[in-house]
Design a binder for this molecule. Structure first.
Ligand code: NAD
Ligand code: TYD
Length: 352
């Protein structure tokens, strides 16, 4: 029996992690704490509404008193912390909310965990604070075939990655200072169902469908390393159960794509599913001003996770992208609900 607090479970990756844990571990109680910002959408978890081992709690991770009460009320023994502001472009416009949620929110959770586990209820064997982070904390690579490893020095460039790096440092500081049992994973770019359509892949699928321009930043030459979101969730499951306390694990599928090449694959796949002539939608490509401070290349070396815990991704990229395109085209209602803002009105009313 475990009582796990998952934060940010109504978001993209969080909803996949919640689904995996609720379905795979009927003897675990899963408490999903989410503020339901623009990125949180309970439609992502409709299939779990009646699951007996699942509870949703609307709340802000920055609210220390409330978080501490949750630890006490539900006797929380583990945390999987995903709640964050997650979009680089938004962090350039509004860095304050990134520092607030990503840094102060993480700190509030750490303090509550420390208070409950190390003061009230000392049984650290059963406890784990799992912090979900990103490869963006490592900065940017040249086009030289090198990778981010667990030893790569932190060198964040965007307000988003700076806030995530800071939160990682706080998590590690709680391990070093208080022996709080922690583990951190740093994952590459995710793709798959339920991703908010401000991120490259769902935005472009939706725009192609509606014959809208595809805004390619700069020359489209930046490189990202893409992992299917369910493979990220399976890595989190493994690290949660088998990861060494105090360690960091990099997660990635050795799957680098130059943006423009990836965009052409998306166009080809969407055109195929929509019965358009191959390449029809390439005319939608529109080169726009580059993102400020745009990191050139991310590439994760996940061999530690493979060697020590035996993890490997389940899907080839071609299969993953087909599945993903198909999902967005078949779930136009989900997309329309998000782009119109309807999802927020409904759940805001319900959880007032
Ligand atoms: P997302 O933006 O889709 O979801 C974030 C969730 O957190 C939303 O449900 C939102 O409502 C919730 N949230 C935000 N502020 C909150 C607060 N103050 N209190 C409670 N809940 C709050 O993000 P995502 O893409 O699913 O990313 C989840 C985590 O994984 C983040 O920590 C992110 O840094 C990390 N990550 C993401 C990627 C990626 O490619 N998306 C890759 C590696 C790591
Ligand atoms: P994004 O999905 O925002 O993820 P991240 O910035 O965290 O890597 O962007 C992926 C890549 O696509 C990144 O190099 C920026 C680029 N991009 C565009 O060219 N156009 C867009 O409209 C968006 C959203 C991203």
């Amino acid at each position: 029996m475990k009582n796990i607090l998952i934060t940010g479970g109504a978001g993209f990756i969080g909803s996949h992690v919640v689904r995996l844990f609720v379905n795979k571990y009927p003897n675990y109680n899963i408490y999903n704490l989410d503020k339901l910002t623009y990125a949180g959408n309970l439609n992502n978890l409709k299939d779990l509404e009646k699951a007996p081992n699942y509870t949703f709690i609307k709340g802000d991770i920055c609210d220390f008193e409330m978080v501490l009460q949750l630890f006490q009320k539900y006797n929380i023994d583990s945390v999987i912390h995903l709640a964050a502001e997650s979009h680089v472009d938004r962090s350039i416009k509004d860095p304050f909310s990134f520092a607030q949620t990503n840094v102060m929110g993480t700190l509030a959770l750490l303090q509550a965990a420390k208070h409950h586990w190390l003061t009230d209820n000392a049984n650290t064997e059963a406890n784990l604070f799992y912090h979900v982070s990103t490869d963006e904390v490592y900065g940017s690579l040249e086009m030289d075939g090198t990778f981010f490893t667990e030893e790569t020095k932190y060198d964040p460039h965007s307000p988003y990655s700076a806030s995530k790096a800071s939160s990682d440092h706080f998590v590690r500081a709680f391990y070093d200072t208080f022996k709080l049992p922690i583990v951190i994973s740093n994952c590459s770019n995710n793709y798959g169902s339920y991703q908010f359509p401000e991120k490259l892949i769902p935005l472009f699928i939706n725009n192609i469908r509606h014959n809208k321009p595809l805004p390619v930043y700069g020359k489209g030459e930046n490189v990202r390393d893409w992992l299917f979101v369910e493979d990220h969730a399976s890595a989190i499951d493994l690290i949660f159960h088998k990861g060494k306390r105090g360690d960091t694990y990099n997660i990635g599928g050795f799957n680098e794509w130059k943006n423009i090449d990836l965009i052409k694959v998306i166009i080809k796949t969407v055109d195929k599913f929509l019965g358009r002539e191959p390449g029809t939608s390439e005319s939608l490509i529109t080169y726009v001003t580059d993102r400020a401070g745009h990191d050139l290349r991310y590439a994760i070396d996940s061999s530690k996770l493979n060697k020590e815990l035996g993890w490997e991704p389940s899907l080839q990229f071609e299969e993953g992208i087909e599945k993903t395109v198909k999902w967005y085209l078949e779930n136009q209602d989900w997309l329309d609900n998000v782009t119109s803002g309807e999802y927020q009105k409904y759940y805001t009313e319900m959880y007032k």
